[in-house]
Design a protein. Structure first.
Length: 260
């Protein structure tokens, strides 16, 4: 399923889109498949699969630890695409990774592997829009969305460059800094959402962990929310009831996206 189709369908139902981030390979590649199934069963509308990289500059301590666990378990690009391709879920899959892994694999090969594995979009937090043309062209040719990140510090000039290339949705960073659970939603989020006039869907990430966060962000004008660390914290414990706990949190957060 394509990303835009999901946003359009849920907008018609007056629902916000819930996107869950997990790190592939944490705790194992095989368990990742079960985790994805549990999240989708709980109501998650899209899955953002982290392809672990040793220098995750956009991520906070929680996701850095998940990346370390995934790398220790043996996760690598070959295994990532093999297991992503085995996932039998009717929601879009998105890969989030860093440009070094894409460059080393080869840009065309990486995008082709995404297409073959059923991955609908790519997020690359350390790739500036000014240097994204080759990846953007390969994604466009393959029908894979290249999802760009917009922050409170993004200038109008760069915003226009991003909007010219972005597809799927815009990843809105709710605050300056790195990923991680927060207690509140930054005021800069609403101001940033108001600055974006283009019709492309907008999903807000970084620090979202509670139903009240979800409701507040959707009320401010977002079309979706991205939740990562709250799920990763459950996975980190790797307790016998982990899958049920993930499903339960997903259901709680999804309920906050309804009846907008």
């Amino acid at each position: 399923m394509r990303i835009k189709e999901t946003f359009d369908a849920l907008r018609g139902k007056k629902e916000g889109v819930l996107i869950a981030y997990i790190c592939a390979g944490d705790p194992t590649a095989e368990k990742t498949v079960e985790i994805v199934d549990a999240l989708v069963k709980g109501g998650v509308d899209m899955i953002e699969l982290g392809l672990p990289f040793s220098d995750p500059v956009a991520d906070g301590a929680t996701i850095q630890a998940a990346i370390d666990r995934a790398l220790t378990s043996g996760m690598n690009p070959d295994k990532f695409f093999r297991h992503a391709g085995s996932m039998d879920v009717n929601v879009p899959l998105i890969v989030m990774t860093y440009y070094n892994l894409i460059f080393r694999r080869g840009i065309k090969r990486f995008v082709s592997d995404c297409k073959s594995a059923g991955i609908s979009g790519i997020i690359v937090p350390d790739l500036p829009v000014e240097e994204s043309e080759e990846l953007h062209q390969c994604c466009r040719d393959a029908g894979v969305d290249l999802i760009f990140i917009v922050a409170p510090t993004t200038t109008e000039e760069r915003m226009n460059m991003i909007l010219d290339k972005a597809s799927g949705f815009l990843y809105i960073v709710s605050r300056l800094g790195v990923t991680g659970v927060r207690e509140d939603v930054a005021d800069s989020t609403e101001r940033l959402l108001k600055r974006i006039k283009a019709p492309i869907p907008k999903a807000v990430g970084f620090g979202i962990s509670k139903p009240e966060h979800v409701r507040e962000i959707l009320k401010a004008g977002a079309d979706g929310v991205i939740v990562g660390s709250a799920f990763v914290n459950i996975i980190a414990k790797n307790e016998p009831g982990m899958l049920k706990s993930l499903e339960s949190l997903a259901a709680t957060l999804k309920s906050a996206t309804l009846n907008r």
